[in-house]
Design a protein around this ligand. Structure first.
Ligand SMILES: Cc1cc2nc3c(=O)[nH]c(=O)nc-3n(C[C@H](O)[C@H](O)[C@H](O)COP(=O)(O)OP(=O)(O)OC[C@H]3O[C@@H](n4cnc5c(N)ncnc54)[C@H](O)[C@@H]3O)c2cc1C
Length: 501
């Protein structure tokens, strides 16, 4: 008979049993009602593609070529009418409470029709993840309820996330790198709040958002130990929009410059600061790294879903071409070489999809959605009448002890292996999904020849959009290093990742 210690020793060898079995474990632990919800989301996304995105995507791309500063407000209003800015906000915070993994399927579906317009809807949830990762429950409640109010009144209330600065892109995505970056956006403590000075660039949806989650630093000499997240409202004194980037792809979603000139933010709009992270078990720097990774592990699964969407859009475009084109007297789809390429493209879509699905399982079991996807809580919120939630939730959420408890559960109780698993899988999904997207775009152009280069055939647009996915949410180079750090180097103390060369 094999002893317990032997079993433990075998299963603790790399790859770890727990790193390999997120989906297997999740099948029994996660609520079955998630399947029905996901079905509904996919149906909704396909209907929205047919009715709104497909007739508009190429036209918007042409408009943006002519007028790169154009802001697609009409589309934002339409997405607000369809409820897309609250669907994935938990009911306790005023939203419709759909399970978060279903958002990734929505991103694949809408991304397959247009990555720019899908971005314009879904990057709002990067900000939702950022406010959730702070576990500042009273502020989460306030901001999410404003979004819900925007849906009711028909005046959209979108959220953006501002991390990137003119001198620091990759560096601000990793707590180990941030001290080396040229960060310049500061928050100085003054009576009753903070003054922000500096700027942020490439902020998706900036110009069309009402609130911005700004990550800056209270001491620029040691940013890793002085990270602060502040909620800034459009129209605040000292805050203005700069240029909209004129970029090659994802044109439907503006990438904005945000400028802060002595912009005052009151203390009650501080989502997270040293005062909070210092109270957690891991201390200031490690907790900041953990919070960044919480956000990125979920948002990178989403970007992987866009990669799957790009791969699918390219595959479907190429398949359509192969079915309607004759080469040497035979339909292209009946040539063996084309069949083999289309099979490869189909496989690339599936690989991209599997990586975001597995990452979502990891996040649901060990990461950002751990508490809200626990069966009792999930069903409690699902079936509790909204009227009761609206009445009692704010009272409970405004208690300091509720925030304390959630920070304990989400931050202190997340073990190091769990933290490495979610962050490592987030990176794996991000670079795999987006590389698959690019691969399929190149293959589509190979299959389609000169037709693929024409704007009205979609393939060249998907390629222009897809390339950007490899750059944002951490470049794919950075994500490869992060995977190495989280899943390879963790057991090898002699290996150093993100060391200065
Ligand atoms: C369409 C779009 C939307 C965006 N939306 C947002 C948003 O909403 N909010 C936001 O905050 N930001 C956003 N960004 C910014 C995005 O996150 C950054 O572009 C990204 O993090 C890369 O930073 P960078 O472009 O400054 O590249 P750099 O950091 O300048 O990197 C340049 C090159 O050096 C490599 N490199 C840099 N450092 C390292 C390292 N330590 N090790 C190995 N290689 C390294 C990179 O991989 C890359 O190849 C967006 C960007 C785009 C293109």
């Amino acid at each position: 008979m094999i002893s317990r210690s032997e079993i433990k020793s075998y299963l603790s060898k790399e790859p770890l049993f727990d790193d390999m079995t997120c989906s297997l474990k999740a099948t029994t632990r996660q609520p079955a009602a998630m399947i029905k919800e996901t079905r509904k989301i996919i149906e909704l996304a396909r209907r929205f593609n047919k009715e709104v995105i497909e007739p508009y995507a190429l036209e918007l791309d042409r408009t943006m070529q002519k007028d790169p500063d154009y802001l697609p407000w009409e589309f934002v209003k339409k997405a607000n009418e369809w409820g897309f800015f609250t669907l994935w906000i938990p009911k306790i915070f005023g939203g419709h409470g759909y399970n978060i993994p279903s958002l990734s399927y929505f991103m694949e579906e809408t991304g397959s029709a247009c990555l720019g317009l899908s971005n314009l809807i879904c990057v709002h949830y990067l900000a939702v993840s950022t406010i959730f990762a702070s576990w500042n429950l009273s502020l989460i409640s306030k901001l999410c309820r404003l979004v819900a109010q925007g849906e009711k009144t028909g005046v959209p209330c979108l959220l953006s996330t501002a991390i990137t600065e003119p001198g620091a892109g990759t560096d601000v995505e990793e707590v180990e790198l941030v001290d080396r970056g040229k960060v310049a956006c500061s928050a100085t403590k003054v009576e009753g709040g903070y003054l922000i000075n500096g700027s942020k660039v490439f902020i998706s949806s900036g110009h069309v958002s009402q609130w911005h989650m700004v990550i800056c630093y209270t001491d620029l000499k040691k940013p890793s130990e002085n990270m602060i997240i502040l909620a800034v409202e459009t129209g605040s004194k000292g805050f203005s929009f700069g240029r909209v980037e004129h970029k090659m792809g994802v044109k439907g979603c503006p990438a904005s410059e945000l400028i802060f000139d002595n912009c005052f933010v009151p203390d009650d709009l501080v989502l997270l600061s040293r005062d909070h992270t210092g109270k957690q078990k891991r201390g200031v720097k490690e907790t900041c790294g953990q919070i960044l990774d919480y956000v990125l592990a979920s948002s990178r699964a989403g970007v992987s879903a866009w990669g799957a969407g790009a791969a699918r859009g390219a595959y479907e475009t190429a398949l359509d071409f192969a079915l309607t084109t004759e080469v040497n007297g035979k339909t292209l789809a009946n040539h063996e070489w084309a069949q083999s390429m289309l099979a490869e493209m189909y496989k690339n879509v599936c690989i991209a999809r599997l990586t975001y699905i597995e990452t979502n399982y990891a996040n649901g079991m060990y990461g950002l959605f751990k508490t809200i996807q626990m069966k009792p809580l999930f069903y409690y919120f699902k079936y509790m009448p909204m009227i009761l939630l609206d009445k009692f939730a704010p009272m409970i959420l405004n208690l300091a002890s509720t925030t304390w408890l959630f920070r304990k559960i989400q931050l202190d109780w997340q073990s190091d292996p769990e933290f490495h698993r979610t962050a490592g899988w987030g990176s794996l999904a991000k670079f795999t999904g987006t590389d698959m997207g690019m691969k399929n775009c190149q293959m589509a152009l190979e299959i389609m020849g000169q037709s693929g280069l024409r704007q009205d055939r979609r393939a060249e647009k998907i390629l222009r959009d897809s390339k950007l996915l490899q750059i944002f949410e951490g470049t794919n180079q950075l994500n490869r290093l992060n995977l190495f750090k989280c899943l390879v180097a963790k057991n090898n103390p002699m290996i150093k990742v993100f060391e200065k060369e």
